[in-house]
Design a protein around this ligand. Structure first.
Ligand SMILES: [Fe+2]
Ligand SMILES: [Fe+2]
Length: 202
């Protein structure tokens, strides 16, 4: 088990769900509930505190509904430092504004805010909780895309291999859509491919 002192009671999680769900489009609630379910299963598999993974999952998309203008207002309000690529992307911004809102409005500790911060792009050297939220968001039960079952199985067999696979799939999808991938995703992909290769030869 990890060395967390942090955990949440069922009542605390219920209160968190109730408040966080009011911030979501109704159509996104099944995704967030599915992400929580998958995050708890992954936490049980890999030795994270399930209620901590649940709290991060409940809040991970808490600013997703906001317009680009509203996202930028939150960046300003919370003094979040963003590079130009991040500022130009509403899709990426919801991760950084979500983390800021989780901290300022829900008083979540740093490890949970950080898992929210990196759930969209990933990054090298992620914590166990960051890995779990990245993958739970990707493979939760309402998702449906080619390669999903392979990725889900991998998430329960070997986390770093699953990250390598998930990041590669994500970069492929971004380039298919004609967009430039964000630098953190590229660095994360390189890092977890190297990690997977080092596991394979050790
Ligand atoms: Fe998200
Ligand atoms: Fe999500």
């Amino acid at each position: 088990m990890s060395q967390h002192a942090l955990s949440f009671t069922d009542l605390e999680l219920a209160a968190l769900r109730k408040r966080a769900y009011t911030m979501l489009d109704e159509k996104r609630i099944p995704h967030v509930a599915g992400c929580e379910e998958e995050a708890v299963c992954l936490a049980e598999r890999w030795g994270e505190v399930p209620s901590v993974a649940a709290a991060a999952a409940i809040l991970h998309d808490c600013t997703k509904r906001l317009s680009y203008k509203e996202q930028l207002a939150l960046v300003k309000k919370y003094g979040i430092s963003c590079d130009d690529a991040l500022l130009a992307s509403p899709k990426l911004l919801h991760a950084v504004t979500g983390a800021a809102v989780a901290e300022a409005e829900f008083h979540m500790p740093g490890e949970i805010c950080s898992a929210i911060r990196w759930h969209t792009t990933g990054k090298p050297e992620m914590t166990l909780l960051e890995k779990i939220i990245y993958l739970a968001d990707y493979v939760e039960p309402t998702r449906d895309f080619p390669g999903l079952e392979k990725l889900r199985k991998s998430a329960y067999d070997d986390l770093d291999s699953a990250l390598a696979l998930g990041l590669a799939m994500s970069l492929e999808e971004i380039s298919r859509g004609g967009s430039e991938p964000y630098i953190d995703s590229i660095l994360a992909s390189q890092y977890y491919h190297a990690e997977r290769n080092s596991h394979a030869i050790s």
